[in-house]
Design a protein around this ligand. Structure first.
Ligand SMILES: Cc1cc2nc3c(=O)[nH]c(=O)nc-3n(C[C@H](O)[C@H](O)[C@H](O)COP(=O)(O)O)c2cc1C
Length: 192
């Protein structure tokens, strides 16, 4: 249990990566973690596209935006820092048109399974979904939910208590490590 809590604490969003390939068994473990996630009515409307050829990851990267809270020169990964793997989460609209919770659970599982092997991740909602859908060759009944970026991080990320409700923006410290304010438990929990 302590190990799980430690994993949850350190499984943060990572945005700069070493240019080291992720072994196939780790990629498969990440995908298996997604497959194991709960799904509304057990319909399982999600499928996954793996992008890891350098040419293709570069293409996908071009359609993604990083760290909206920071100026691009600080938040956008530079050449030599970019993710080595993307996994696209795709909805099948014929199975279920309301996939947000399923996708969140699958992505949570994937990023945790990755971090368990030292692989950091960043979920990318801010991407050009039309361009990516075309690149992935998605059909009429398919909708791109999210792309998730993966790689071995080259920075750290720490959580700190949020002291005031407006201080939600993450920032970089003097080592260029991410600092992520989280609302305190006492601010978000009420016992009835
Ligand atoms: C739904 C969702 C969409 C996100 N989209 C992006 C994104 O487009 N680009 C990015 O750099 N980070 C993105 N993130 C990462 C958040 O910025 C990050 O989760 C937040 O700052 C808290 O950091 P933490 O994940 O380390 O707790 C997204 C996270 C979630 C949950």
């Amino acid at each position: 249990m302590d190990q799980l809590m430690e994993l949850l604490k350190t499984r943060r969003t990572y945005r700069r990566f070493r240019q080291r390939e992720i072994p196939q068994e780790t990629v498969e473990e990440i995908l298996e973690a997604a497959r194991l996630a709960s799904s509304a009515a057990n319909r399982q409307p999600l499928s996954y596209i793996v992008i890891r050829e350098p040419e293709k990851t570069a293409q996908v990267f071009g359609f993604t935006r990083w760290a909206g809270a920071l100026p691009p020169e600080l938040g956008q990964p530079k050449e030599g820092e970019r993710p080595v793997l993307f996994i696209a989460v795709v909805e099948n609209l014929d199975i279920n048109r309301d996939c947000d919770t399923d996708a969140g659970l699958a992505i949570g599982n994937m990023t945790l399974a990755a971090w368990n092997r030292g692989v950091g991740s960043c979920m990318i909602g801010a991407c050009d979904k039309a361009a990516l859908s075309e690149l992935f060759g998605l059909g009429e009944n398919q909708k791109l939910h999210t792309v998730v970026a993966f790689g071995y991080p080259s920075h750290e990320s720490h959580i700190v208590d949020m002291e005031s409700p407006e201080e939600f923006k993450y920032y970089l410290d003097e080592n260029r490590d991410y600092v992520v304010p989280k609302r305190k438990l006492s601010d978000v929990v009420r016992y009835l």
